[in-house]
Design a protein around this ligand. Structure first.
Ligand SMILES: [Fe+2]
Length: 300
């Protein structure tokens, strides 16, 4: 019988010290490059969210990473909104996004999908589902290379028969991913960004060891996708959706769920989770990461 050795370490938000940005790079070798992963922004005009997002953008600009990857739920919600409201949120986000002084690669979240819950909108409407995201940001799955690393963004959300959502990488992406990976040398380190996690211990941590994940909280065909990616040099999977910070390290792959820029949807910290984002530092073929609390406090 083949033996599998799985090393599992879990860093959870309650166990870490939040980072003081001014001292993050002291006494440390210079990384080859850095990038930011920021997820669950949930931007809307309410609750001073634009002020908070601008503060996060200003902090990123000071850190000056090579680029930003977002992890979805960029806007408060398009699932159950009118076209005008959803469109205005997309406009608000894409306007503020121009304030980043480096490229931004957007991952789609469930809250970007238009009108799943608004039955007045027909499923054949061009904006329906991922249509509005496409109109603003282009393909919801894409890849790019940077300094010898390969980055892949995937759409991890599909529609249930009752116009709900669940976690899945659809067949079109599976075919695209196969083609994409065929162009990548086996030694090239790979980073994947998704909104709904491949792997999370959140339910076990919060509710007990026997708690399983629902189909809305993990990618239901994640094993199939991992089987493809793990034939290559997969190093890091960046995930959103949970508004929680965790770092699972399994068989040499980090699965980082990256907290939330909005924490409790701009209503303050969510439990012990402050509003923040991930700063990823790349050293050769390895990464180190930090959760950066950019200092925003909710407005009463
Ligand atoms: Fe979210």
């Amino acid at each position: 019988m083949k033996k599998h050795h799985i090393m599992l370490t879990i860093r959870l938000v309650g166990l870490i010290s939040l980072i003081n940005i001014s001292c993050t790079t002291k006494k440390e070798a210079k990384p080859d490059f850095t990038f930011v992963f920021m997820t669950d922004i949930h931007l809307s005009p309410e609750k001073s969210a634009p002020v908070g997002f601008q503060q996060a953008i200003d902090t990123v600009n000071r850190l000056n990473p090579a680029f930003v990857i977002t992890g979805g739920d960029l806007i408060m919600d398009a699932l159950g909104q009118s076209r005008n409201r959803a469109d205005s949120l997309y406009q608000l986000y894409s306007g503020l996004m121009k304030g980043f002084r480096m490229p931004v690669h957007n991952t789609v979240g469930n809250h970007e999908l238009f009108a799943f819950y608004n039955k007045q909108i027909d499923t054949l409407d061009p904006d329906y589902g991922e249509g509005m995201f496409r109109r603003y940001f282009g393909d919801p799955w894409q890849s790019f290379n940077y300094k010898g690393w390969h980055f892949i963004l995937l759409k991890s959300i599909e529609q249930t028969p009752m116009r709900g959502y669940y976690g899945k990488i659809n067949p079109a992406q599976m075919e695209w991913l196969k083609q994409d990976l065929a162009q990548v040398n086996d030694t090239v380190p790979i980073v994947v960004s998704v909104h709904i996690p491949f792997i999370t211990a959140y339910n076990q941590w919060q509710e007990g060891g026997q708690q399983v994940n629902g189909m809305g909280s993990v990618i239901t065909n994640g094993k199939e996708v991992m089987d493809m990616l793990r034939k290559k040099n997969l190093k890091l999977v960046l995930q959103g959706h949970q508004h929680y910070y965790e770092d699972l390290f399994m068989d040499g792959v980090h699965f980082i769920t990256g907290g939330a820029v909005s924490a409790g949807w701009w209503g303050g910290a969510l439990g012990t989770l402050q509003e923040g984002f991930m700063l990823i530092k790349v050293f050769g073929n390895e990464i180190r990461s930090e959760y950066v609390d950019y200092g925003w406090k909710e407005r009463k």
